[in-house]
Design a protein around this ligand. Structure first.
Ligand SMILES: NC(=O)c1ccc[n+]([C@@H]2O[C@H](COP(=O)([O-])OP(=O)(O)OC[C@H]3O[C@@H](n4cnc5c(N)ncnc54)[C@H](OP(=O)(O)O)[C@@H]3O)[C@@H](O)[C@H]2O)c1
Length: 478
């Protein structure tokens, strides 16, 4: 769709540090659309060159005029769900302030993504608040295009992460009966396509219900996720599980998502399906079904993961060391760094030679035992050694690893080919630092189901010693 009136004017994205805003920012940047992002903490935003980033907080109205100046269309993707305070009040106030400032700045149109829920039924506080937010924006007088979505399927989306955490951890799940309530989940790619499409719509108040190709229950989504990951899962429905009990259970199983999970549970109890097909008649988007959406989410994650520079993540403080490592989607990451007062090439030399006859520099006896255990389990063990003592290239076998990425004097990523209840990688990166080089060593594990998690946490104390010892030994060899 194209909008002659809109041309290539700069659009404002609020909530760009959030899930939807972040994905929209990446997409608009890729299409070359001029973008300005407003964030409470602009330093956390990794925007492309050419994207303007301004500081702004919807709860501090004095910060908004600068962000809105010269803006034609503003995407409102702000949500206080993670806040510790009363999110309904904060969201209402934030939307009211933003609408007022947008009107004063002459903004032509606001595009808002809210939540799907049938107004004729009692809504959960969360869904009610999402719809009130739309109204607070409309009250400003600026035309608002409101898109209402059910669960959004994509890696990083709160509801998706909640499902992932439960399915990965529990082979048998006791489910409350309302896990059978119908929803119409939509893939993140389709949501972004709708948001982009809204740029071309005339500036008038409209509400569009958007949903994927399938109407399913949360139970169906859990089973579809399990299928995508090759996990066998059983759901047992128990009528006695009240939302309160379920939220306690959730807190125990997925402490990371407990607080927002409780608010989501309330929403899951009500059907969230599209009741009006105006979106299909107005937009060119033809949304995909649940299985495709989940498969795409898993593929997207693989791509992003392969692109991640762990050295950057560690030095930016994005990784906060914790026992067992930091969780990224389904994976756990354990990283450590060391400084050496030599050039990058010198620091990389022992890394380049690792494995085979050189051994693994620390606890070689344990590495050999791991190799025998692998042979016993039908794996390749350590017998493959290295193709060449000095040189490596992607695709080389290296003991029970395979070289997945190799950039001379920069980066070596090994993918494990030993028998494991999951997938594992070991990566080394060297980067220039003041007066020398910083070596980053990262161990990554993607546990498959509960056996994978038990394996990782059970041997973590040993792993920690081995990897720390290996890094020290590399430093000593530099
Ligand atoms: N994710 C889903 O499954 C889903 C489903 C249906 C609808 N939606 C809708 O999509 C919209 C965006 O959701 P999301 O999942 O992207 O949420 P999110 O990941 O929690 O992001 C929320 C964003 O709002 C920002 N924010 C919060 N309070 C702010 C304030 N006072 N001023 C400025 N920015 C503020 C946050 O910035 P900080 O980084 O500074 O905290 C963050 O960037 C919401 O309206 C939500 O209802 C989402």
């Amino acid at each position: 769709m194209s909008d002659p009136q809109n041309g290539e004017s700069r659009v404002l994205i609020t909530g760009a540090t959030g899930y939807i805003g972040g994905r929209l920012m990446e997409t608009l940047e890729r299409t070359g659309r001029p973008v300005r992002c407003m964030a409470r903490r602009p330093e956390y935003l990794a925007a492309a060159d050419g994207t303007e980033v301004v500081a702004g907080d919807c709860l501090k109205p004095e910060t908004l005029p600068a962000a809105l100046q010269g803006i034609d269309t503003a995407f409102y993707l702000v949500h206080s769900m993670g806040s510790r305070g009363n999110f309904e009040d904060e969201d209402r106030l934030a939307a009211g302030n933003f609408g007022e400032a947008a009107r004063a700045a002459g903004v032509r149109k606001i595009v808002y993504l809210g939540g799907l829920g049938d107004r004729s039924q009692t809504l959960s506080p969360h869904l009610k608040s999402r719809q009130e937010t739309g109204q607070a924006l409309r009250d400003s007088g600026v035309p608002v295009i409101e898109l209402r979505a059910s669960i959004i399927l994509g890696s990083g989306s709160l509801s998706f992460e909640l499902i992932r955490n439960l399915v990965e951890r529990l082979p048998v799940m006791l489910c409350p009966t309302w896990v059978r309530v119908q929803a119409q989940p939509i893939a993140i790619e389709d949501v972004i396509a709708y948001l982009q499409g809204a740029l071309a719509l005339p500036a008038e108040n409209r509400i569009f219900e958007i949903g994927g190709a399938d109407r399913v229950s949360y139970a169906d989504i859990m089973l579809a996720y399990a299928h995508a990951r090759g996990l066998k899962r059983r759901l047992i429905f128990v009528p006695v599980l009240t939302p309160w009990l379920s939220s306690l259970w959730l807190g125990l199983m997925t402490p990371l998502y407990a607080r927002v999970g409780r608010k989501l549970i309330e929403s899951i109890r009500h059907p969230t399906v599209v009741t009006d097909d105006a979106a299909l008649a107005t937009f060119d988007v033809r949304p995909m079904g649940v299985r495709d959406a989940i498969a795409r989410a898993v593929r997207y994650e693989e791509r992003e993961f392969a692109r991640t520079r762990w050295a950057d993540a560690v030095s930016s403080g994005a990784l906060h060391p914790s026992w067992g490592g930091v969780q990224f989607g389904s994976r756990v990451v354990d990283a450590r760094t060391a400084f050496v007062p030599v050039t990058r090439a010198a620091a990389f030399a022992p890394i380049r030679r690792i494995g085979g006859a050189s051994g693994w520099y620390y606890a070689n006896g344990l590495w050999r035992i791991r190799g025998y255990l692998d042979l016993l389990a039908g794996g390749v063990g350590l017998r493959r050694g290295r193709r060449h003592a000095e040189h490596l290239r992607p695709g080389d076998a290296l003991d029970f690893w395979r070289v997945e990425a190799y950039e001379p004097d920069r980066r070596l990523r090994l993918a494990a080919e030993m028998r494991l209840p999951g997938r594992a990688w070991l990566e080394f990166e060297v980067n220039d630092a003041a007066g020398g080089t910083e070596i980053t060593q990262t161990a990554i594990f993607d546990p498959i189901g509960l056996p994978g998690l038990i394996y990782w946490y059970a041997i973590y104390p040993l792993h920690r010693r081995i990897f720390a010892g290996m890094l020290k030994a590399i430093v000593a060899r530099v």
